[in-house]
Design a protein around this ligand. Structure first.
Ligand SMILES: [Zn+2]
Length: 441
């Protein structure tokens, strides 16, 4: 791993040289130079979605002949394809061609474990999902059973196409709660009491013989945005990730922030009412006792019992066990006043927590990830109101709120991006066998 890390530093070092000396083309016959050039070209191809050779040379400051060599190699590896530009975009006088990623030439399996749901997806190099499945679990499901289900479901998903297993480069997994990413272990989760010391990497490596990486949902949701939106690469961005619980993540000038033990982001367990309800984490009055999905459900039941929100009651035919946040958001969006006021209450708590972070961190942007996008108008309206009250005006002048289009799948996409990010940074674009499985260090 240290060699790999060192190599990445070199790439960054050479990139800096290039940035500081835009006129100087970096060329050379060194293997290392070739690898740096390959990384730069691939990065430009990926981010642009497709570019002509001439534009790639301009964009990367690499000589056209060298770009040609790199592209030839990449075509040979099947990673990129060169296609004709559509007529309207043709460069005058000659038929234009653009170089694009060969999206499904390599595939990633992404897995997202939530207390009540498992999601699996097969993604191409552009983070386009080509195969998907999800199924419900119980938050009390034992970990062995969860791993068993993932193996079965993944095998089914990968057999949709007879060639998918062969093209698979790795498996990224979004885990609930706390993790030991170094050893690929899911440590524990407040929302899943039976999820304890689960050797996720070992189990999945044994089953699929591919590199397995794990991450936490809030980090992975942020990674998705970083990967898909190059414009935030040099920004400071705060993410709020709404799932069963609530987490935050921070992107600092394009780098994800990880706490001392990677346990950062647990805003759901910051205490906002010291005398409040008991939380699953053992403390009282955490933010999650107000706005976790189970707290929201409880609140809905309370409101229904007081004789309000009858539309919500009717939508589950009186079986209040079936109330979900999705249903609540949908009814609020359709204009049901009682549901709307519950959603406003939720967003208000969310906004207060976010406002304190914005006041402290002064980010360029806040990204909200989660199903709450259904009630987009209420969300924006209430957040703006809270921020206006709680954050200094100066901090809001260039500040933006952005709703992630990946909704509740943000962490799933991020699990795929975890593998892709590593793959695109590998010197020869193949995971060496030493990177597969336990012996990562
Ligand atoms: Zn708590």
């Amino acid at each position: 791993l240290s060699v790999f890390v060192f190599f990445n530093y070199l790439i960054i070092y050479f990139r800096d040289i290039k940035v500081n000396n835009p006129k100087k083309h970096i060329t050379g016959s060194f293997k290392l130079m070739n690898e740096v050039n390959t990384t730069l070209v691939l990065d430009a191809v990926r981010i642009s979605g497709g570019m002509s050779r001439a534009d790639l040379s301009r964009k990367t400051n690499i000589l056209p002949a060298t770009v040609g060599n790199v592209i030839a190699e990449l075509i040979d590896k099947g990673l990129v394809v060169e296609t004709n530009i559509e007529n309207k975009e043709q460069i005058a006088g000659r038929p234009g061609k653009i170089v694009k990623l060969n999206d499904t030439s390599r595939l990633v399996l992404a897995v997202d474990i939530e207390p009540e749901r498992l999601r699996l997806a097969v993604s191409g190099l552009n983070l386009n999902i080509v195969g998907y499945s999800e199924f419900p679990i119980d938050r009390f499901t034992v970990s062995k059973e969860i791993i068993r289900k993932i193996k079965i479901e993944a095998t089914n998903l990968l057999s949709i196409n007879s060639d998918w297993q062969r093209r698979l480069i790795g498996i990224g997994v979004s885990l609930p709660g706390f993790i030991d990413s170094e050893n690929g272990i899911g440590l524990s989760s407040t929302n899943m009491p039976l999820w304890k010391d689960v050797p996720v990497r070992l189990s999945l490596t044994e089953a699929f013989n591919k590199p397995v990486r794990i991450g936490r949902s809030m980090h992975l949701a942020a990674l998705t945005e970083k990967w898909r939106r190059p414009e935030i690469r040099d920004k400071n961005v705060l993410f709020i990730v709404l799932r069963t619980g609530i987490g935050v993540s921070l992107l600092i000038k394009g780098q994800l922030y990880y706490g001392a033990s990677s346990l950062d982001g647990e805003i759901g367990h910051t205490v906002i009412d010291p005398g409040g309800k008991m939380c699953e984490c053992g403390k009282k009055g955490c933010l999650e006792t107000f706005i976790s999905s189970s707290a929201i459900k409880e609140r809905c039941i309370e409101v229904i019992k007081s004789g309000k929100a009858q539309a919500l009651y009717n939508s589950v035919d009186g079986n209040m066990d079936n109330i979900t946040t999705e249903l609540l958001y949908e009814l609020a969006n359709q204009g049901d006043k009682d549901c709307e006021s519950i959603v406003r209450e939720i967003v208000k708590y969310l906004g207060m927590a976010a406002a304190n972070l914005i006041q402290t961190l002064n980010p360029h942007e806040l990204v909200v990830c989660g199903k709450i996008d259904v009630a987009e108008k209420i969300l924006f309206d209430e957040l703006n109101k809270v921020f206006k009250e709680m954050v200094m005006e100066k901090m809001l002048s260039n500040f933006k709120i952005y709703l992630s289009p990946y909704k509740e799948r943000a962490a799933l996409y991020g699990a795929a991006a975890l593998i892709l990010e590593e793959f695109f940074a590998l010197p020869d674009l193949t995971f060496p066998s030493s990177l597969i499985g336990k012996e990562i260090d």
